[in-house]
Design a binder for this molecule. Sequence first.
Ligand SMILES: Cc1cc2nc3c(=O)[nH]c(=O)nc-3n(C[C@H](O)[C@H](O)[C@H](O)COP(=O)(O)O)c2cc1C
Length: 149
Amino acid sequence: MKAALLIESMTGHTWNAGERIANDLTQEGWEIVGYDSLRRPDHGAIQSADIVIIGTWVDGLFLVGQKPFGAAAIGKLPAMAGKQAAVFCTFAVNPRKTLDKMTGIVSALGADVIGGLALHRAKIDEHAETFATRLVGAVDLGAPAASTA
Ligand SMILES: Cc1cc2nc3c(=O)[nH]c(=O)nc-3n(C[C@H](O)[C@H](O)[C@H](O)COP(=O)(O)O)c2cc1C
């Protein structure tokens, strides 16, 4: 699988999570064709990817108003019709509906969002590994059955 990652990060947690995810996917045999800031997307990498992974952080008032930071930038990404996508966010307390909002925005770009995970910023390594493992499993499940001829 060829994956392109697009990341929004202010203090580094989400960027680190994306790197960990990319590393885990590489160990599973995936090829990382792009690793870029959400605000400076590599259109060629998106074009050549089978799956686009989008990560950002939870912005809100901690008790209410949670949303993906950079939602407008996600909405301005190039069209992704025919591509798979997965989303993740990092958070400190509670992501609430952030993933649902990300899924809605990325789906509107035409991508088939096959999964998402909220990663606690204090457990980045553990949660990033979980995300990568689930992603590989989801893609394997969706793959056409191997020919036994
Ligand atoms: C202005 C601001 C608002 C935030 N609001 C929330 C929030 O409502 N809920 C939450 O769980 N975390 C909230 N956080 C915490 C961040 O989502 C968390 O620290 C995240 O991992 C930051 O990612 P980054 O290091 O990639 O920038 C907020 C952080 C900031 C700076």
